[in-house]
Design a protein around this ligand. Structure first.
Ligand code: NAD
Length: 425
């Protein structure tokens, strides 16, 4: 009993810290509603399972996982598209979520879908193909459809999902044109469903820690962000190399991580971009899309981000933020696992370089749990459709700059690009 109340006290403290870290001091309606989600989570925490610690009190404390919602209380997701990301990351991540369960699949390959449905305990009657996708409307188990298709198909499947009355989680990049992003946002608004773009890094604990460092002024005024995301592409026939399906080469696929990081970590929107790209003539992989693309984004405060992305260089993923009082570095950055954070801040007049101990989280699990809590508590997702639209506008401007050889000025976004801060997992 004593252990139980200590646990509850601990959790209330953690929840209070999470709320404080979320900057929920003065509450808008949406934030207040998110806060009510926190109190629901607090009561769920009373159901947490306590285990007697295995180790001495001098060791770091054991963590009991959870609490996890019972299956009947979880938010049901339909996964649309059963390719590498769905099979390798998203479906396995459901086992690490607290609030989500896979309840339906949408695929053009019924034999593959049947095998996967059996593996994840999904009813055969909840398997759809791309034609019968709209029938998902009458499946009460499905509350969210998660769109994991080639980029140019996102718009159609988001809009059809919204018209079926389902909330939408959509992979990045949101689409392949600003016009499609706007249609997707309008369709979700008209259908009164939530739209979240799956920017997993915005829910990842080390990235969250950098957001807090910047917000708390620990790095001082940001002056520079340098970021690289590159990988060496294989099969020239895959959709990523076809402009009609991908919308571009390395920039919208992997360069978007650098762009999005520069925006959400700084909390600023760029006012000007300049881009340059390379598309070799003799490599069959790059008949339609660029191999490499670098860009510089200038922000109103004077911050400059220099980012590079590539489809021909060996895998390379890192990023550094430099302020006038310190720096923070993720190396590697952007991957699914293995991220490493180093920071340098001034303490008592000395530069202190440290590697903060931050527990890793499955990025897909925390991202899906965020969506589930937004649905349950009627809150706008942190990475809304407007966030995806803003990246798409900047990507278009980078391509325009590469074409014309001139810098392109950017208007400030018409609407806020982000919803309330996510609650720590
Ligand atoms: P993939 O090629 O492995 O899977 C795509 C799926 O779409 C396949 O099941 C394929 O059969 C299906 N499909 C339906 N119509 C198709 C068509 N006309 N052409 C090609 N495929 C078609 O791709 P993926 O790596 O799973 O990527 C899917 C989406 O997820 C993309 O938008 C991509 O940008 C995004 N993604 C995000 C991350 C991340 O870390 N968040 C990582 C990888 C991919």
């Amino acid at each position: 009993m004593a252990a139980q109340s200590a646990n509850r006290r601990d959790f209330l403290r953690v929840a209070a810290v999470a709320v404080a870290a979320s900057g929920l001091g003065s509450l808008s309606d949406a934030q207040a509603s998110q806060l009510s989600g926190v109190s629901k989570t607090i009561s769920a925490q009373q159901d947490a399972v306590d285990l007697t610690p295995l180790h001495a009190s001098t060791e770091s404390p054991d963590k009991t996982p959870g609490p996890f919602d019972a299956p009947s209380e979880r938010i049901g997701f339909a996964v649309v598209g059963l390719g590498h990301l769905s099979l390798g990351q998203i479906l396995p991540a459901f086992g690490k979520t607290k609030h989500c369960r896979p309840v339906a699949l949408v695929s053009g390959d019924s034999a593959k879908a049947a095998k996967i449905a059996a593996q994840y305990g999904i009813r055969e009657s909840s398997i759809y193909d791309y034609k019968s996708y709209d029938d998902i409307r009458s499946n009460p188990d499905v509350q969210v459809t998660y769109i994991v298709l080639p980029n140019s198909m996102h718009a159609e499947y988001v809009i059809r999902g919204a018209n079926s009355g389902k909330h939408i989680l959509c992979e990045k990049p949101m689409a392949t044109s600003v016009a499609d992003c706007e249609r997707m946002i309008a369709a979700c608004k008209a259908a009164n469903v939530k739209l979240m773009i799956a920017y997993r890094q915005q829910y990842e604990p080390m990235n969250r820690a950098i957001v807090k460092l910047v917000h708390d002024g620990k790095l001082g005024a940001l002056r520079s962000i340098i970021a690289t995301n590159a990988q060496n592409q294989g099969d020239p026939l895959q959709w990523r190399q076809k402009i009609a399906l991908s919308g571009g080469g390395c920039l919208p696929d992997v360069g978007i991580y650098c762009l999005n990081a520069a925006r959400f970590l700084s909390g600023e929107e760029p006012s000007e971009v300049r881009g340059t790209l390379h598309q070799p003539e003799d490599d069959p992989r790059f008949r339609e899309v660029e191999e490499s693309c670098s860009f510089i984004a200038k922000f109103p405060s004077g911050l400059i981000a220099a980012c590079s992305s590539g489809y021909g260089a060996h895998k390379s993923q890192w990023m550094r933020l430099e302020g006038d009082r310190g720096w923070a570095e993720l190396n590697p950055a952007f991957g699914y696992t293995g991220l490493k954070l180093r920071t340098s801040t001034v303490q008592d007049g000395h530069d202190v370089v440290s590697e903060p101990l931050i527990e890793a989280a499955d990025q897909f699990a925390v991202e899906m749990d965020h969506m589930a809590l937004c649905v349950r508590n009627n809150v706008q997702p942190h990475t809304s459709g407007e966030e995806g639209l803003q990246d798409q506008s900047i990507i278009d401007a980078i391509y325009e700059s590469a074409r014309t050889g001139k810098s392109v000025s950017l208007a400030a976004p018409r609407e806020a690009t982000r919803g309330p801060e996510p609650i720590a997992p």
